[in-house]
Write a protein that binds this ligand. Structure first.
Ligand code: NAP
Length: 462
């Protein structure tokens, strides 16, 4: 199989790569395993220095790396550069705090001394998506390397140049073979998960890929972290600042041209403000500038692949056929490129794809509700549970949303976003395990209990 880098804005083939052979995979796996033997004993301060160096390299080449992101997956250039800069912040966060988050923790027990030690596991396999081709990798790699693990990356097949550029950054900042990219397709993942040298895995991607990786990791009894899809609710109550809520709603739905797991996808609006919300929301979605993602003035780029464009188009058409109303958009822009018009759907029946499926493009589904009870019930009536954004200035309502929403994160009067200091992850079909924060660095380590008893001394030693 060849792995192709294709410009989603023009459809032009940029570069092709051969998938690694079984022998080439074995060489890289053996190198990773060999690298772990010495890397695991390196000090936290050495690893912190290597992470700092990584951050410097990212910052100094943010434009060039950002252009590569835009070229391969179509993200508007300003956002691509910001993504690279955010990767530097996660490197610096774990460089600064990693040692404290993983230092021995004393526990008072009946032992003469007892403590918890966090030790690296070994080679970790990361299966990553194309939508934030740098951020998804760095938010896993920075804590895992700081913990003393080594990493193998199987990146999405449409971003091979990003995958190689990331390997290059780490090659220039960390000891050899501590981070390597494997240019392979999904079929090679099962064999890797069966290999004894791979100790754990982490996957960010679709539910289907999550099930497959979890199944294969399960066969090998390996721990796996799954960051899967989402259909995040964005709930607006009458006490909200409507202007700010609408502006944020547009941004939250169209971030990364709509291709974000934590993009707001279902807009649940209280009946009494629904008309006002909709009229500004629809005109704001219409006014977005779509076009060449290398042009800084454009806010929406192409979708990453023709397949995604086809999926989004089918989901919208099927929803309209099932009875949903199209308030704006709904058009594939004639080629070249995978452009889809920002779209708003309302009056969505339960059997429509827009009701239950994740739509990975700039398509907003709007629902009217009569009460907070109905809003919470509708928000929770999803198989996903990644994030939720709620807009209200009423403290009782805020508390109810925090207590009752089934999701890995609740943002009040703010857009759902990841932050290196806070854990990130979901519940239900959005996956399990956490990245970032203290939880993220402790996911892929051996939490070792050490108990030093106060049994009788050996008489002969006296
Ligand atoms: P995808 O098709 O699942 O691909 C993600 C990665 O998994 C790619 O590297 C892909 O390789 C690999 N893969 C696919 N099928 C596999 C299998 N059976 N076994 C092993 N690996 C497999 O997902 P996508 O369409 O690229 O990404 C979009 C999805 O990711 C959305 O559902 C989105 O919500 C989710 N996502 C979640 C988060 C989060 O943090 N929760 C963040 C971003 C995206 P190939 O490219 O070679 O097929």
């Amino acid at each position: 199989m060849t792995i192709a880098s294709i410009n989603p804005s023009t459809g032009e083939l940029i570069k092709e790569f051969d998938e690694l052979s079984a022998d080439q995979i074995e060489t890289k796996l053996a190198a990773a395993s060999g690298a772990f033997a010495s890397f695991r004993t390196t000090s936290f301060s050495a690893r912190a220095n290597w992470l700092e160096r990584t951050a410097e390299l990212l910052e100094s080449s943010s434009r060039q790396l950002g252009e590569l992101i835009t070229l391969e997956m179509g993200k508007p250039i300003k956002a691509s550069i910001a993504e690279v800069m955010k990767c530097a912040t996660v490197c610096r966060y774990y460089a600064e705090h990693g040692e404290r988050l993983l230092e021995d923790e004393e526990v008072v027990t009946s032992a003469s001394r007892s403590f918890i030690r966090y030790e690296p596991l070994g080679v970790v396999l990361a299966v990553m998506p194309w939508n934030f081709p740098f951020w998804q990798v760095f938010r896993f790699a920075a804590p895992t390397l700081m913990a003393g693990n080594v990493a193998l990356l199987k990146h999405a097949s449409n971003v091979p140049q990003c995958a190689l550029a990331i390997e290059d950054v780490f090659r220039n900042s960390f000891p050899s073979d501590v981070f390597q990219t494997l240019l392979i397709g999904p079929r090679a993942v099962a064999n890797l998960l069966a290999d004894r040298r791979i100790k754990a895995a982490t996957l960010t991607g679709s539910e289907a890929a999550g099930r497959s990786v979890a199944e294969n990791a399960g066969k090998g009894l390996k721990k796996v972290v799954l960051e899967l899809g989402g259909s995040d609710p964005f709930i607006v109550m009458p006490t909200a600042n409507l202007e700010v809520a609408v502006d944020t709603a547009i941004k939250a739905r169209t971030v990364n041209s709509g291709q974000s797991c934590i993009a707001a996808k279902r807009f649940i609006i209280l009946e009494e403000i629904a008309d006002e919300f909709l009229s500004s929301f629809v005109s704001g979605m219409r006014a977005l500038r779509m076009g060449d993602p290398m042009d800084e003035a454009n806010q929406i780029g192409p979708l990453a692949t023709p397949q995604i464009l086809e999926d989004v188009d089918r989901q919208v058409r099927d929803s309209v056929e099932a009875g949903a109303k199209m308030l704006t958009g709904g058009r594939v822009i004639a080629g070249p490129g995978n452009y889809y018009e920002p779209t708003v759907l309302s009056d969505i029946p339960r059997d429509a794809p827009a009701w239950s499926e994740e739509i990975f493009g700039p398509v907003a589904s709007v629902f009217r509700v009569k009460s907070i009870d109905e809003a919470i019930e509708l928000a929770n009536a999803s198989d996903f549970g990644l994030g939720a954004s709620v807009w209200t200035n009423d403290e009782t309502e805020q508390r109810r949303f925090i207590d009752e929403l089934e999701s890995g994160q609740v943002f009040v009067n703010a857009m759902v976003a990841s932050d290196p200091r806070m854990p990130f992850g979901g519940v239900k079909n959005s996956g399990y395990g956490r990245e970032l924060g203290v939880a993220g660095i402790r996911e892929l380590v051996n939490t070792k209990t050490v108990w030093i008893g106060n049994g009788p001394k050996n008489d002969r030693s006296e």
